[in-house]
Design a protein around this ligand. Sequence first.
Ligand code: AMP
Length: 215
Amino acid sequence: MKIVMLGPPGIGKGSYAKELSKRLNIPHISTGDIFREEIKKNTDLGKRVRSYVEKGELVPDDIVVEVVRRRLSESDCAKGFILDGYPRTLRQAEELDKITKIDLVFNFVAPLEVIIDRVSGRRICRKCGAIYHIKYKPPRKEGVCDICGGELYQREDDKPEIVRNRLKIYEEQFRPIVQYYKNKGILVTVNAARTIDEVVKECVSIIKKLESYKV
Ligand code: AMP
């Protein structure tokens, strides 16, 4: 099953993708993770994308499309994959169609206040990058990472006023992409204002239903 995940920042897409990847035994491909890894390793690609990623700007389509094309051609993607963080532009969606045939697009939605609550409670470890939430996944000791003892901090762009702005930008940017997949008849909207487990269960049941149609 070839799946695309759409949804605003902070809705939990990454968590759903990771869990689904385990349950379905297909790779979770996050373009953001790929770029961060390349930057860390200081590869040629990392050098080309660093300034965009650091500023939170979109990496140019030509670069992203090439990265996705290469990654999807690897053997572990033959059975399927979960694409997270791509497409972010209409052009990326169109190019993806030239690379492969997407079966299903999940569009995760939740009320604004739920998203703000999730994002603004997020804390990250400065040392190892582990992610916590002050309400839903608190560390054992406030402000300290359970795993490595590092200091926890809040990303500047996770603060409520900035989150509101990011969500507005997201809406405008993604409206045409959501419409694109709706027109193709492969978009399924999922209510993400529930626990991770509930959301993932619904995704699995949608996938199973679709697979039984295909057989
Ligand atoms: P993410 O972890 O998905 O928020 O991605 C982190 C950063 O990587 C983004 O702010 C962009 O700079 C870059 N990036 C990731 N995916 C894409 C994409 N599909 N198109 C353009 N830039 C991307």
